[in-house]
Design a protein around this ligand. Structure first.
Ligand SMILES: NC(=O)c1ccc[n+]([C@@H]2O[C@H](COP(=O)([O-])OP(=O)(O)OC[C@H]3O[C@@H](n4cnc5c(N)ncnc54)[C@H](OP(=O)(O)O)[C@@H]3O)[C@@H](O)[C@H]2O)c1
Length: 259
């Protein structure tokens, strides 16, 4: 069966890069978007050198019109988008009493509005063709408010519930959605977290393979690794008093900084 054309945002680094490579290896034509030209070009050249069909262009996902234009130019080169992987995202710690409002605004702009801008850019075409699949990269951090990343958790809870909310209306129009919730993955985003002890992390290539598989299968959810999925499912439903006690222990004892 012919593999779909895929657009990946945040494709220059980390999980987005891993997903783009995995999708190219599985036979998809890939359109790569990231805000930084240099890593974007590096991954594009690597894939082109291996004989894969690739188009790429720099865009900031918070720039709604600029992003739409870049999507149009990529589609003109490699064809209409069958699958979107909205992976561009940022992370920040939240520490009390400085609530870092600017950080919160940036997280919401990229992790929530940026994902929706990306969906908006491909959606009219998918609806017209009555076919398409969207992967929004959220996080298990959105399951509950993690105290040292309150703003990040809030942004991921917001995008997870947004994706859930549009799912039925899109399905009626032939477009399906995967909400991807990775656990810890070794990328620039997690390298800035001041963990006291090394934390087991998945490699971005493996995370990319899991997201690519979920995208091609059109799974409703992709939560991984299994241990994190299980742990977070438990955490989601424990009583608030138990959750607070656990987070109080996990925070100051787990990080080199207080929150
Ligand atoms: N790493 C984890 O443990 C983990 C776990 C769960 C979910 N996630 C999610 O997975 C996604 C990818 O994260 P990652 O860990 O792979 O981080 P990463 O290595 O920092 O990669 C993110 C990529 O997105 C780009 N980007 C950021 N803001 C952008 C914008 N406004 N417009 C276009 N591109 C932008 C980044 O560019 P710059 O380098 O210029 O910022 C970077 O190339 C994020 O949504 C993140 O929240 C990560």
């Amino acid at each position: 069966m012919k593999k779909p054309t895929v657009i990946v945002t945040g494709a220059g680094r980390g999980i987005g890069r891993g997903t783009a490579i995995a999708l190219a290896e599985s036979g998809c034509s890939v359109g790569l978007i990231d805000r930084d030209q240099e890593p974007l070009e590096a991954v594009a050249q690597e894939l082109i050198g291996r004989g894969f069909t690739v188009a790429f262009a720099a865009a900031d996902v918070t720039d709604r019109l600029g992003l739409a234009e870049v999507v149009r130019s990529i589609e003109a080169q490699i064809g209409p988008t069958g699958v979107l992987i909205a992976c561009a995202g940022i992370g920040r710690l939240t520490q009390v009493p400085n609530l870092d409002i600017a950080g919160l605004e940036a997280l919401l702009a990229v992790n929530v509005v940026g994902v929706v801008n990306s969906i908006e850019a491909v959606l009219p075409g998918m609806i017209e063709r009555k076919s398409g699949h969207i992967v929004g990269v959220s996080s298990v951090a959105g399951y509950r408010g993690l105290p040292w990343m309150a703003s990040y958790s809030a942004s991921k809870a917001a995008i997870s519930t947004f994706l859930e909310g549009i799912r039925p209306a899109l399905k009626r129009r032939g477009v399906t959605i995967t909400t991807a919730c990775p656990g810890f993955v070794r990328t620039d985003l997690t390298s800035k977290t001041p963990f006291r002890k090394p934390v087991p992390m998945m490699e971005p290539a493996e995370a990319g393979r899991r997201i690519a598989r979920a995208a091609l299968r059109r799974s409703r959810n992709a939560v991984f690794p299994f241990s994190t999925a299980l742990g977070m499912a438990f955490l989601k439903y424990v009583p608030d008093s138990v959750f607070d006690w656990m987070m109080d222990r996990a925070g100051p004892r787990g990080l080199t900084t207080d929150f």
